[in-house]
Design a protein around this ligand. Structure first.
Ligand code: SIN
Length: 358
């Protein structure tokens, strides 16, 4: 009798064990996501929990950022690298090239499914668009920041990082180009812009709209950018150690050509003119831009308005002036595309094609 029930107990135990290991085998495999930390407010610290302005950006290391969100371990195999530790107003060509090369190296590995870049929000849209043009992989690349430092009450960094890792590890984000994930929203690198100096909902794609949400531990996409990106661009940073100098001349009432002339003297290879309205050229600035063009500098007409198309041959005769129009790119993004375009050609027709392609 005793022997019989011992056997039954053993059989039951084996059965439960077998079911358990079967369940384990069918558990979804977690993606491998590498976090490249660059600094910014997401890694910032303030004097008190209510310090949401006047804090110090870029002080917390990547290991501490990961440790602060233990939930990450449930959604991905996460590893971190401290690529740099800067406030993003100090981001520049050298940092972009370093970051892009590291992303390309990581994504070429079979054991990396996606990359997250933690970044200051002030220039996040520029870094994201640069990467969108030079990353050579369809695997997800998500750039993320925070509006409140890590020490603040209701800091947004942890949930933003969590959502960014989920998105970078997802199949849904494959082939969508570089993404900016913040405030539960997913935006395309080409289109997203910072619209408010301090609020959490600052990142928007005005008029065209965001791509989707990250809700309930999952990304939900509703649209995609129609412009070519990543593996479908002609840009390659592999052998680049510097980028051509491109400056932005901002226009305002009563502006004169001082800035344009200074950029020419500084050796600019391209100038993005942030004009008023539909990229209009003030009468006092236009001759300086034409003179710059005659010296071989490529001029791109963009608009300081921030939304809408700058129409070719609209407010200026671009064909006659041999200028390029920025299409819908804001001046800071037009600058990035012009820098990369100039690594390939200074032919304005070719560069105009690129502005209608990317
Ligand atoms: C920065 O851009 O590095 C500082 C501001 C921020 O991250 O929100």
């Amino acid at each position: 009798m005793y022997l019989k029930s011992a056997r039954a107990l053993a059989a039951l135990f084996l059965c439960v064990f077998a079911l358990g290991s079967q369940a384990q085998n069918t558990a979804p495999k977690l993606p491998n996501v590498v976090i490249l930390a660059t600094g910014g407010t997401i890694a910032g610290t303030g004097a008190t929990s209510t310090t949401t302005v006047g804090y110090t950006a870029a002080t917390v290391g990547v290991d501490a950022l990961i440790k602060a969100v233990p939930e990450l371990q449930k959604v991905a195999h996460v590893s971190g690298e401290q690529t740099m530790q800067i406030a993003s107003e100090n981001m520049g060509d050298a940092q972009w090239l370093l970051l892009a090369k590291r992303v390309n190296t990581l994504l070429a590995r079979a054991d990396v499914d996606g990359v997250v870049i933690t970044h200051g929000t002030d220039t996040i849209e520029e870094t994201a668009y640069f990467l969108d043009l030079v990353v050579k992989s369809k695997k997800p690349v998500v750039v993320v920041g925070a509006m409140r430092p890590s020490t603040a009450m209701s800091a947004d960094g942890p949930i933003n990082l969590y959502n960014a890792v989920i998105t970078a590890g997802s199949q849904e984000a494959v082939g969508k180009g570089v993404l900016v994930v913040m405030n539960d929203q997913i935006n395309a690198a080409r289109e997203v812009t910072k619209t408010n100096t301090t609020t959490l909902d600052t990142f928007k794609t005005p008029e065209l709209g965001m791509l989707g949400y990250v809700i309930g531990g999952q990304p939900h996409f509703y649209r995609a950018s129609t412009r070519k990106n990543t593996v479908d661009t002609e840009f390659d940073v592999t052998n680049l150690n510097a980028l051509p100098r491109v400056d932005i001349a901002y226009t305002y009432a009563n502006v004169d050509p001082t800035a344009v002339n200074a950029f020419v003297a500084a050796g600019a290879k391209g100038i993005v003119h942030a004009g008023v309205g539909d990229g209009s050229l003030p009468i006092k600035v236009r001759p300086a831009l034409s003179a710059a063009h005659d010296k071989g500098i490529v001029i791109v007409r963009s608009s300081r308005v921030g939304q809408g198309i700058v129409a070719r041959n609209g407010e200026a005769n671009d064909d006659q002036l041999d200028f390029v129009v920025a299409d819908t790119l804001n001046p800071q993004k037009a600058r990035i595309l012009l820098m990369l375009a100039l690594t390939k050609t200074s032919n304005t027709k070719e560069i105009q094609r690129m502005f209608y392609t990317y």
